[in-house]
Design a protein around this ligand. Structure first.
Ligand code: HSE
Length: 308
């Protein structure tokens, strides 16, 4: 029997304007899995994380990700996965992505790395498909796997670009204790958008990528404006606009919904400002009688890795 322990970080999808095409890793939290393989066929998943997950194996995102991996591998294996620690599902910081990435990354390591990063992203996307109502997006799985800030330039074929990152780029994330499923957050969005909205949005995506490449943090900040998803989703987050005003007043360059929410993130240039933003975010939700967890981290960092 072969065994490995792996970690995959949380991630912030969309980064404001880049719906389904931009994402960044966030090392402050993530999923830790122990994976074992032996001869035979089958998959066993044990949840030891203390976080509530679906009981049936078919509803766990790890299942379709591992199945896609093994179908491509072409040789039957018995895989046992122990979930040791887990980001709470429905948080908006890439909980499902961290699980499916850790699973396929760990399996790939155990089997001597038969697959490339792009192939692992494709397998992990099968988990995203399960929880988002049939759409496989890569803006959480790609940054969780490779780390840093990532652009998904195209899906068919998959074209993943790792972007440079200004070094003094800090991120504050608040995860209020409310549940918003990705499926629900996608269903509230219109199926089509007017061209004038698309023009504003792709101007901002271009500005975001240029700002990252040029190391221009202010350009990054003013490009993080989303008119495609955020107007329809912000109703899930109590006092969203009020909170945005509060954090921009104390130095946040931008504040947006993280992925499909309910987590919210703000970027800033200074670790002290990032800490202060965290306090304001925590107080905002406490005032509304909503518990929350706050994470303050430098943006990016490493992707999935072996820890034992
Ligand atoms: N891009 C996806 C969405 C991320 O916004 O629905 C989900 O975490």
């Amino acid at each position: 029997m072969k065994s490995i322990k792996v970690f995959a970080p949380a991630s912030i999808a969309n980064m404001g304007c880049g719906f389904d095409v931009m994402g960044m890793s966030m090392d402050a939290t993530g999923d830790t899995l122990k994976i074992e393989i032996e001869d035979g066929v089958g998959l066993e998943i044990n949840n030891q994380s203390g976080i509530e997950l679906p009981d049936n194996i078919e509803s766990n995102v790890i299942t379709p990700a591992i199945m896609a991996f093994l179908a491509a591998y072409g040789e039957p294996k018995k895989v046992k996965v122990d979930i040791l620690s887990k980001i709470r599902p429905g948080s908006g910081i890439g909980s499902s992505a961290a699980s499916s990435v850790a699973a396929v990354f760990g399996l790939n390591e155990l089997l001597g790395r038969p697959f490339s990063e792009d192939q692992l992203v494709e397998f992990a996307m099968e988990g995203e498909k399960l929880i988002s109502g049939g759409v496989a997006h890569a803006d959480n799985v790609a940054p969780s796997l490779i780390g840093g800030v990532v652009l998904i330039r195209g899906y068919q074929p998959l074209d993943i670009v790792k972007l440079p990152m200004p070094s003094k780029f800090h991120c504050t994330v608040v995860h209020p204790n409310i549940m918003v499923s990705t499926k629900m957050a996608r269903e509230v969005m219109p199926k089509e958008i007017p061209v004038r909205h698309a023009v504003r949005q792709w101007g901002n995506v271009g500005g975001l990528v240029a700002g990252l490449a040029l190391g221009d943090v202010e350009l990054v900040g003013r490009s993080m404006v989303d008119i495609v998803a955020e107007p329809y989703r912000q109703g899930f987050i109590p006092g969203f606009e009020i909170l945005r005003n509060k954090v921009t007043k104390i130095g946040a360059l931008a504040m947006n919904i993280s992925g499909s929410g309910p987590s919210v993130f703000a970027i800033s240039e200074d670790s002290k400002i990032a800490e202060k933003i965290g306090t304001v975010m925590k107080e905002h939700f406490a005032f509304l009688h909503i518990d929350s967890n706050v994470y303050v981290a430098r943006v990016g960092g490493a992707g999935a890795r072996v820890i034992e």
